[in-house]
Structures are given as structure tokens and as C-alpha cells.
Write a protein that binds this ligand. Structure first.
Ligand code: UGA
Length: 474
């Protein structure tokens, strides 16, 4: 597999994707991608980059207009370039009209499956609405050997239900489950050079083999890098995705639980995690203690997984995820409590600068963001809060117009009595303690991501507090 390049500049191995595009191993395939959010839009642009003829469908008119003009509707490093190239070169178009997918051989379905408003289970209404319209088009314009390829994160059992649904509508399509493992901020790279590709195929051997061969054709430019391609049944493919996200969430909550122990004992969780990570069986990744995980995936996926286990009568198997979720919630609450303690109990009228709004760096996604949780809590308690974020401020203004913002860290920190670093953008981790110290009222910082060097900040006269980080010389 090609070495994954890191950083915005090297997001895509351009030579690779260009090569795949110019000399496809097979001819271009006519594809549709239904649902053009973070997952679908990036998938559509990546498939066009591989040389396929792609139509992306979404119900959001504004989003479709922007994508059609080659303008990304969200921030994702490397995406704008791919989108523009696909649109300009005529391989990629977007529409709100499902009728435009007629004639495609493969329909990728990447609509959102958020948490239901009532309860933990996944809300499949977008998926079902998309399937209803898609099957109507497929029934009117049959394409022999057509595939419906699910990419959304769904409860186990969904693929089989959709396959049955095709049959009941008289649509001779094969459903495949092909989970997506992309991370926001690395979406293009993860789509074009994923760690692995999983095909969940139906029981029907002949249909499954034909589906596998057609997907191999679609992904030829990806598979040529030699990454593992695993073929499984539906249930395994569906479970791989939620199991992966649950494992990642568990790893983060594990280290955050240890951070609580560190706080009670005077140990330092960053040094502890470093020592743990040297054990190859554990590994150093996803052991960063802090204000915990957020976003549109990990929190809702572990909850939907628990709900599905309950429906299947095996809820005990996943009760530990309840604890994973609870630990995660406690860490953001703990950050609020640290601010309260800093001010002797009440944050009312105290000026707090918050660095970061997005749930993680290199994303403008505010869904279930720990930073936003802390900001809204402190605002609710009467603190004079100013938030800054390199990319997420437009979304913040739209959804939380009452929250004060500033264009950069320096402006946000003017007269601050406390600074809280809650999303570890490099704009913030690279701040000069002395320079920032010249604008604040009090040199006090809470590092909610353990992303700063305490010694450097303390040397510049700051009172520094991390999450589970001791102030020791060793
Ligand atoms: C996650 C998974 O990593 C992807 O593999 C998956 O495809 C995706 O969900 C999805 O289901 O669509 P993503 O939500 O983009 O990707 O974000 P992550 O990079 O996993 O980070 C999640 C959260 O965990 C962030 O809030 C991050 O700040 C936090 N985190 C991560 C920590 O608190 N500590 C860590 O050590 C790592």
C-alpha cells in the first residue's frame, strides 16, 4: 500500500490519482452517489478522480448548487481541488433529481444516519426515503447487473432488508455493504488510499461474485495500491464499521478514565500514554486524553450499536459502551468544572477565551463538539465567552448567533482572565506564550487537549492546567 502522506499539502498522492484517472485499468463506470454530505460528496469526487462518470444526488438545493459550481459546502482539505477537476472535466455533476441516476450501473448510498431524536437508535428515515426514490427510478430504467452499494453506517440487518426490498419492488439489483472508514480532515486521502476495503455480499453466490467483480472494476485505481480487500457476508461488513468506531471510542475513553486516576494521584497521563504506546499490542494512536471525542460519528455510532444490541437481545455484550459514553461526557463536564474552580466557584462575568469550536482540527464540523459544549455551558452560566476557530466560525454564527466570536486567537484573548484550548488546531498549538500573554488580563490556560508544552507556558509566567497532567519535573 502506498505510504499515506500527512498534512494538507500532501493529502492525495496526486501522481497516483492522476495516473489512475488517465489510464483506468477498466473503462469508466457510470455511477451515482446518493447523499452528498462529508462522506458522499468526497466519495463522488474521488470516484470521478478515478475516471468514472459520476452523478451526485442530494435533497439540499443549496448544497447541490454549490457542488455544481465546484465549491465545497464544507471544509475538507484536498477536496476542493478534486471537486473542481471532476466538474471542470465533465466527469462529475450534481442534481436534486433522482431521475438523473437512470442508467448508472452502481448506486452508492451515503446518506446520513443520525441518532434518533427519541432514544439511542439510528434514524434511518433518510436512507429509506433515498431508497424509495432510487428503486422507483431503477424499476423504470432497469440496468442488468446494477448494484446498490451501501456506505452509510447502519444497524446490522439493514443490507438484508434493502435486498429484500429490491426484490419486492421487482428491481433486479444486488445490494452490497461497503462501509466507509474515512476520517474528517483526511477524507480524500482515506477514500483514495484506505487502510482496507470491505465488501459485504449477499448469500446468493452468483450475484455476490458478479457484484464483487463490478466493484473491483470501480475500485481498480484504489485496489492497485495493494491494500487488503476483504469479502464478507452482509452482517460482518455492517458490524465491522460500528465495531471499529466503538473500539476507537473505547480507546479514547480508556485513556480519559486513566486521566481521572492521574488527577487523583498526581500521575501524568501524557507520559503514561507514551509509555503504553510503545507496546506494539497497544500502539500510540487514539490515546490522547482530553475533553473527549465528538463529531457526527463516534458518539452516535456507539449509542446506535447499543440500541441494536438491545433489539437483538444481546444488550449485555455492549453495556461497557454505556461507560465509554459516560466517561466521555464527564471529561467535557470536567473542563467546565476546571473553569469554575479557577474562578473560585462562579464564572459569572468572567472573561474566558475559547480556542476551538470544531470537534477536531482540520474540520468545520460542530456536531457534538466538546469545545462547543464547554462554550455553551460557560455562556449559560453568565461567563463573558469569546470563541475563535480557524474554519468553523460561519457555522457557529449560523447556529449560535448569541456566542461572541473573534477572528483569531490573539483577538479572542484580549483581556481574557482564562484561556481554554479545546480544539488542537496548529494555529493554537503554535502560539507564542509570551505574545499571547501580552494581551490577556491573567496568564491562565486550561489545555483541554494536552497539546501544549506546560514547561514553555509556565516559563512565560502562565498558570497551566492540562487534563490528567501533573505539574512535576519528571
Ligand atoms: C471517525 C473514525 O475515526 C473514522 O474511521 C470513521 O470513518 C468516522 O468516524 C465515521 O464513522 O464516519 P471522525 O469522526 O472524522 O472519524 O474523527 P476521529 O478522528 O475519529 O476523532 C473523533 C473524536 O475523537 C474527535 O473529537 C477527536 O478530537 C477525538 N480524539 C481522537 C481524542 O479525544 N483523542 C484521541 O486520541 C483521538
Amino acid at each position: 500500500m502506498a505510504e499515506r502522506s500527512r498534512g494538507v499539502g500532501g493529502l492525495v498522492d496526486r501522481a497516483m490519482s492522476r495516473r489512475a484517472c488517465r489510464t483506468p485499468i477498466f473503462g469508466p463506470v457510470k455511477l451515482s452517489v446518493i447523499g452528498c454530505g462529508y462522506l458522499g460528496a468526497v466519495h463522488a469526487a474521488s470516484m470521478a478522480e478515478l475516471g468514472h462518470e459520476v452523478v451526485g444526488v442530494d435533497v439540499d438545493v443549496d448544497r447541490v448548487e454549490r457542488l455544481s459550481r465546484g465549491e465545497p459546502p464544507f471544509y475538507e482539505p484536498g477536496f476542493a481541488e478534486l471537486l473542481r477537476r471532476g466538474v471542470d472535466e465533465g466527469r462529475l455533476r450534481f442534481t436534486t433529481d433522482m431521475g438523473d441516476v437512470a442508467g448508472a450501473r452502481v448506486h452508492f448510498v451515503g446518506v446520513g444516519t443520525p441518532q434518533r431524536e427519541s432514544g439511542y437508535a439510528a434514524d434511518l428515515s433518510h436512507l429509506d426515503a433515498a431508497m424509495t426514490s432510487l428503486l422507483a427510478v431503477m424499476a423504470d430504467h432497469p440496468v442488468p447487473g446494477a448494484l446498490v452499494v451501501g456506505k452509510s453506517t447502519v444497524p446490522v440487518g439493514t443490507a438484508a432488508r434493502l435486498q429484500e426490498w429490491c426484490g419486492s419492488e421487482g428491481v433486479a439489483a444486488t445490494v452490497v455493504w461497503n462501509p466507509e472508514f474515512l476520517r474528517e480532515g483526511f477524507a480524500v486521502q482515506d477514500t483514495l488510499t484506505p487502510d482496507r476495503v470491505v465488501y459485504g455480499l449477499p448469500e446468493d453466490r452468483a450475484a455476490g461474485e458478479a457484484a464483487r467483480d463490478l466493484l473491483d472494476e470501480v475500485y481498480a485505481g484504489v485496489l492497485s495500491h495493494g491494500m487488503p480487500r476483504l469479502v464478507t457476508n452482509y452482517q460482518t461488513a455492517e458490524l465491522v464499521k460500528v465495531a471499529a468506531n466503538s473500539f476507537l471510542a473505547t480507546k479514547i475513553s480508556f485513556i480519559n478514565a486513566i486521566a481521572e486516576l492521574c488527577e487523583a494521584t498526581g500521575a501524568d497521563v501524557t507520559r503514561l500514554a507514551e509509555a503504553l504506546g510503545h507496546d506494539e499490542r497497544i500502539g500510540p494512536k487514539f490515546l490522547r486524553a482530553g475533553v473527549g471525542f465528538g463529531g457526527g460519528c463516534l458518539p452516535k455510532d456507539i449509542r446506535a450499536f447499543m440500541a441494536r444490541a438491545g433489539e437483538l437481545g444481546v444488550d449485555q455484550a455492549l453495556t461497557f459502551l454505556r461507560e465509554v459514553d459516560a466517561i466521555n461526557q464527564r471529561r467535557r463536564q470536567h473542563a467546565v468544572a476546571m473553569a469554575e474552580r479557577h474562578f473560585g466557584g462562579s464564572v459569572r462575568d468572567r472573561r474566558v477565551a475559547i480556542l476551538g469550536a470544531a470537534f477536531k482540527p482540520d474540520s468545520d464540523d460542530l456536531r457534538d463538539s466538546p469545545a462547543l459544549y464547554v462554550a455553551t455551558r460557560l455562556v449559560g452560566q453568565g461567563a463573558d465567552v469569546v470563541v475563535t476557530d480557524p474554519i468553523a466560525l460561519p457555522g457557529l454564527h449560523a447556529r449560535y448567533p448569541h456566542i461572541q466570536t473573534a477572528p483569531n486567537a490573539r483577538a479572542a484573548c484580549v483581556d481574557a482572565e482564562l484561556v481554554m484550548l479545546l480544539t488542537e488546531w496548529t494555529d493554537f498549538t503554535g502560539l507564542e506564550p509570551d505574545q499571547l500573554g501580552s494581551v490577556v488580563k491573567e496568564r491562565a490556560i486550561i489545555d483541554g487537549r494536552n497539546a501544549l508544552d506546560p514547561a514553555r507556558w509556565e516559563a512565560a509566567g502562565w498558570s497551566y492546567r492540562g487534563m490528567g497532567r501533573a505539574s512535576t519535573t519528571w
